[in-house]
Write a protein that binds this ligand. Structure first.
Ligand code: HEM
Length: 499
């Protein structure tokens, strides 16, 4: 009996492995080596030398190439294919994320919710978080508290915790809109969402190291995946507690004949729009998953560039101060921070990854030259336009005014939130990032607090280096940043605080 069970299990695993085997790619593989049967050397080369492999491969083959990565193959299309990719309906971002980031694994519910078929979360982000003046006051107040907690009031230079304090600030600012007043400053909640996001991305990384056929078993034993599984019920219990409290408040108000309290955050918006179909705690984790890591990495990059370019600090400070005193904390103010917008976009340009527009191929799809992208394969587009001198003169040089000049010269695609032929860092087409407006406002307000309230410098000997993790850029995790509260205390800034 036991032997039979063993044989059938082995057969099932072999059949699974056969069905899940990678399809043969029709495009040349740029990191294929003799005797590298397990593709370990290929994965290592992709991890360390992706830029060289892509540049040389595309130049040599004058068309799509294939790269072996730790977790499978990706077909890399030349930059000229971007607009074809972005408008092709058989190329899907949602499916790619579900496959690569393991939607469906217990503990990863946030991923399934984020990319759910009914697009509830995406709609919520687009309609409620894009350009919403009504949440800006709460976010600004939350940032004031966040900086007090994480960077302090000390007028002498002191070090901050590069990793924890930067993510902590972004997590608090986002939480003021995602989860509202009850939990926005709650240390347990803030720790939970940040812990979930970090454990989730590490679990994905861990799982990629295992062969596809084994992952549905292996995840049960990985510490980071286990951590995710334990955090989901915690998030559900905490958020459901808030909902119960709100329900009680509403009932009490009705009994007393007073008007029901109004809530202006994603918990309330989701209740109104999803009819309770989505577990509220899962929705919160999904927002944290989409928003925290991406925005924090860009925040860190901008901080590095601000320290590197002290000549831009005064003009930025003046602009921020002027716009806030003219328009208060509002969209009108952030929309008119044109130099800051340009500065942020330049930071993003110079810290971009090697590829954009990642898609899963839903059915055999003919490229414009007739060659076929096989169903089930994954594609990405080379992002070198972003540092091509024909689009960007002196492309390697940081120029904070670059996009402002383009905008003043009549270019209609130079705003931070805009995608264009030479700038797909937020993606493009129907999958373009719906959270980019939210990220823009959050970053501008956070930088306003920094510019008006703090001086920054690197610790002695610290010189941050650009780093790559395979196809993706990452911010140097070893940065040592020092800050001090500014001394010119007579100036009253318009963030609602005295300097
Ligand atoms: C600086 C911060 C951010 C960056 C760099 C970023 C980048 C991206 C990119 C590259 C994509 C894929 C688009 C494509 O391939 O066409 C994407 C999709 C997405 N982003 Fe963002 N994102 C950021 C912030 C946010 C925030 C704050 C939210 C939520 C509030 C968010 C929610 C989403 C969602 C839901 C998708 C999936 C869209 C779809 O599949 O249709 N993102 N983001």
């Amino acid at each position: 009996m036991l032997t039979q069970l063993f044989i059938w299990t082995a057969v099932a695993i072999l059949v699974g492995a056969f069905l899940l085997r990678p399809k043969r790619t029709p495009f040349p593989i740029v990191n294929k080596y003799p005797y590298d049967f397990l593709r370990r050397r290929a994965a290592c080369e992709a991890q360390q030398n992706a830029r060289k492999l892509i540049t040389e491969g595309l130049a040599k083959h004058q068309g799509p190439i294939t790269m072996n990565l730790l977790h499978g193959q990706k077909i890399i299309l030349p930059a000229s294919s971007a607009s074809w990719v972005k408008s092709n309906k058989d190329l899907d971002h949602k499916q790619l994320v579900k496959d690569d980031y393991f939607a469906g694994v217990p503990g990863f519910e946030a991923q399934s919710v984020l990319h759910g078929d009914d697009e509830t979360v995406k709609r919520l982000i687009t309609t409620k978080m894009g350009q919403n003046d009504s949440t800006m006051g709460a976010m600004n107040d939350s940032l004031a508290r966040a900086f007090r907690v994480h960077w302090g009031e000390d007028k002498e230079w002191h070090s901050i915790n590069w990793h924890g304090d930067t993510m902590g600030i972004i997590a608090r600012a986002a939480s003021s809109v995602f989860v509202g007043p009850e939990l926005g400053d709650d240390p347990t909640w803030l720790c939970l969402i940040q812990g979930y996001v970090m454990s989730y991305f590490m679990a994905v990384y861990d799982l990629h190291a295992y062969p596809p056929w084994s992952r549905s078993i292996v995840h049960w034993f990985l510490p980071n995946a286990k951590a995710c599984r334990s955090m989901v019920p915690q998030a559900r219990a905490i958020v459901n507690g808030v909902l119960r409290k709100r329900q009680e408040e509403t009932e009490r108000a009705m009994k007393e004949g007073s008007s029901a309290p109004e809530y202006n955050d994603a918990i309330a918006w989701a209740q109104a729009s999803s009819n309770g179909k989505i577990e509220p705690g899962d929705l919160q984790l999904s927002l944290a998953m989409a928003a925290l890591f991406t925005t924090t990495e860009l925040f860190r990059t901008i901080l590095i560039d601000t320290v590197r370019h002290p000549e831009l600090v005064e003009p930025l400070r003046e602009e921020v101060s002027e716009q806030i005193s003219k328009h208060g904390i509002s969209l009108a103010a952030t929309n008119n921070m044109l130099l800051l917008d340009s500065f942020m976009k330049e930071s993003q340009r110079l810290s971009a990854g090697l590829v954009v527009l990642e898609r899963a191929v839903l059915r055999d799809t003919a490229l414009p030259d007739g060659r076929i992208l096989p169903r089930g394969s994954q594609i990405v587009v080379d992002s070198t336009n972003i540092c091509d001198p024909s689009f960007y003169p002196n492309p390697d040089q940081f120029d904070g005014y670059r996009f402002l000049r383009k905008r003043e010269a009549g270019d209609t695609t130079s705003q931070f939130v805009q995608s264009s032929e030479d700038f797909y860092v937020f993606g493009g087409g129907r999958h373009v990032c719906p959270g980019r407006f939210f990220a823009s406002i959050e970053l501008k307000l956070a930088l306003a607090h920094i510019l008006l309230k703090y001086d920054m410098r690197f610790a002695e000997g610290c010189d941050p280096k650009p780093m790559m993790n395979g196809l993706y850029a990452m911010v140097d995790p070893t940065v040592q940043l020092e800050v001090r509260r500014r001394r010119d205390g007579a100036v009253v800034n318009n963030l609602g605080e005295k300097l």
